[in-house]
Design a protein around this ligand. Sequence first.
Ligand SMILES: [Zn+2]
Length: 166
Amino acid sequence: MDQKWNGGTNNGISRLASCTNTYATQNFQPVWYQGPPVTNGLEATNLAMDQFTQLIRDNGFRLASPAKIDYSIPSPVTSSTIRGETSFTQTRVALSFVINPIQLDRGELTNITFSGSMFHAWLHHAGFQDPKTTSYFISEAPMCVMRSYQIKTPTSPDSGFYQFFD
Ligand SMILES: [Zn+2]
């Protein structure tokens, strides 16, 4: 937000938006969206971050149902990490999650992995849809977070990241 705000001009390009713009080519629009077509990852990132602001505002002002964190142990046990449902409305969306405690207890997984998984779940709440594979906005934006906005390298295939998306 600070990077986009750019000292008050609100025309900056965040590292997240820049990275996502490089890699995302599909599914730029949330399901509730009815404006002019969103044609690239930069526009999609800005739209998504505005939508998060709306959802966090709604939650803070109690305009949405209280957010809950439930847990569920799936089968197979690593088939889910942090799950959020795709929302079909622009406002009053509860920011609830279902987490898999077995995944969270795995010592070899890092916080940035969980950040990516949570961001993917949040993008569902913001109205963005799977598939959760290469080139789709709902994958590329969280993968940019998980790579700390660095470029992709052959030694870290996308599947190693999006395996933690639900
Ligand atoms: Zn998903």
